[in-house]
Design a protein around this ligand. Structure first.
Ligand code: UD1
Ligand code: CA
Length: 461
């Protein structure tokens, strides 16, 4: 097998996206279109990967992770796909096969590319094509009566008869580099768009009696390109459906695969149940038997075995991560922020926010509360409406709540402060000093009553 050099075309403007962002940086499944193509390219054992940038080149190149096989080539101005390939030639060697990919065709699969490379076999021009009922906008495959490929004709240059052809060129080809080099030298821009078309190499191959092979596939989503936001949304759905299928076949129970979104990497243990409208971002791990209620947003978090996340819970660990311990119960309407590390069987109820805090086994905060920069011991019960005042306007301070403390409702714990083990904090207290082990600490004023109280009456005018 010849060496494979991948060239990814990503210089086009993407005018129809009507966006200031270069087209290949728009996202499917939370990753840039170009990123998807890079990941797939990495699976075909390429000797090098060349990315052709142009429109928004600085921005596009900044998103690529450098490695010894990666090279960027600039195309300025952008005079067509053939012109783009001409810019790549100086970095390609004639002993290899060039695999041409499009930065805006994100869902191409590695096994399809491998089949195309096999068909090329180091000597033929191999085109990836697709049979579709609505070929509008694509280059058409023109074959002779014997079925041999003669040319690719762009929509804008096609005759009405050619427009009826339903076999289209995907934008992906494998071609021996020495032949490509010779053919690219012969391109002109005498066509409807005054562009140098890479697709014209087919004509030259036919003229040179080089065999042209077409690998025709049926999965449209693999070769569908993104030219406008409608197509972007369609590919997003196609991608999410593929992922949903894979998860279900691996045993994950999805209430509705059409209402399930993974924008990153999700790993699931056995017997995971996920209700409708859940979104997973970044790196998320769900342990065995985890149940996720409807409408949850979960990012950068590890949820241990048997934990239940009730509906409308928002979890985002960002860089610090979030952990939810085995058997914990979270939500509904809970919010776990970066650095929330919850132990086994912790309960977090509605409208409770936890940030940069650890909670040991069995601790509970069931209603309307805030825990920030806190270390919470085992079995602590944290009352409704209580908060840690962790920020003095300049610095953040820690609150330590030792094991078995009972914090009543509506308490303000002014950090830094430590509540001694087994203590009780009376409801409505503002705690500014450490509290003793085992004691009841109350800071509120004594309750008094004034008998026969007369309420003010409205004065008559
Ligand atoms: C191209 C093909 C068409 C095929 C279709 C599949 C040509 C002439 N036509 O058409 O036969 O059916 O793809 O999607 O090749 N690009 C550059 N530099 C340029 C122009 C384009 O890098 O000067 C890049 C774009 O960023 C994009 C890719 O090449 O990633 C395809 O360009 P695009 O303008 O979308 O080509 P199509 O008109 O779709
Ligand atoms: Ca295109």
């Amino acid at each position: 097998m010849a060496f494979v050099d991948v060239v990814i075309m990503a210089a086009g403007k993407g005018t129809r996206m009507k966006s200031s962002m270069p087209k290949v940086l728009h996202r499917v499944g939370g990753r840039a279109l170009l990123q998807h193509v890079m990941e797939t390219a990495a699976q075909v054992n390429a000797r090098r990967v060349v990315v052709i940038t142009g429109h928004g080149a600085d921005q596009v190149e900044a998103t690529l992770t450098p490695n010894e096989r990666l090279q960027c080539v600039r195309q300025m101005p952008q005079l067509g796909t053939g012109h783009a390939m001409q810019q790549a030639l100086p970095v390609l060697d004639d002993d290899g096969v060039t695999l041409v990919l499009s930065g805006d065709v994100p869902l191409i699969q590695a096994d399809t590319l491998q089949a195309l490379l096999n068909l090329c076999d180091g000597q033929h021009l191999a085109l990836l094509t697709l049979q579709i009922p609505t070929p509008t906008g694509y280059g058409r495959l023109v074959r002779n009566p014997k079925g041999q490929v003669q040319a690719i004709v762009e929509e804008k240059d096609a005759t009405p008869e050619q427009r009826l052809i339903q076999e289209i060129y995907s934008g992906i080809m494998a071609v021996p580099t020495r032949l490509l080099r010779a053919w690219l030298a012969r391109l002109d821009n005498h066509n409807a768009q005054h562009e140098y078309y890479l697709t014209d190499v087919v004509k030259f191959a036919v003229a040179d009696a080089c065999s042209v092979q077409a690998h025709c596939i049926t999965d449209a989503w693999q070769v569908e390109g993104v030219n406008n936001p409608v197509q972007l949304a369609q590919l997003e759905r196609a991608y999410q459906q593929l992922q949903a299928q894979a998860f279900m076949l691996a045993g994950v129970r999805l209430a509705d695969p059409a209402r399930f979104d993974v924008r990153g990497s999700l790993t699931c243990g056995a017997d995971v149940d996920i209700d409708v409208n859940c979104v997973f971002e970044g790196v998320v791990r769900l342990g065995d038997g985890v149940r996720i209620g409807a409408n949850c947003m979960i990012a950068n978090a590890t949820i241990e075995a048997g934990a239940i996340i009730h509906p409308f819970t928002h979890i985002d660990g960002e860089a610090l991560g979030v952990t939810v311990g085995a058997g914990a119960r979270i939500g509904p309407f809970a919010r776990l922020r970066p650095g929330a590390h919850l132990g086994e069987e912790v309960h977090i109820g509605n409208f409770v926010e936890v940030k940069n805090s650890t909670m040991a086994k069995g601790a509970k905060a069931n209603h309307l509360a805030y825990l920030g920069d806190a270390t919470v011991g085992e079995r602590v019960n944290y009352g409704a409406g209580s908060i840690t005042a962790n920020y003095d306007g300049a610095n953040k301070h820690r609150t330590v709540i030792e094991a078995d403390v009972h914090v009543g409702s509506n308490c303000v714990l002014v950090a830094p402060v430590t509540l001694g083990a087994g203590g009780t904090i009376g409801g409505g207290s503002t705690i500014t000093k450490d509290t003793p082990v085992g004691a009841l600490t109350v800071t509120r004023a004594k309750q008094t009553s004034i008998a026969d109280w007369q309420r003010p009456v409205k004065t008559k005018k």
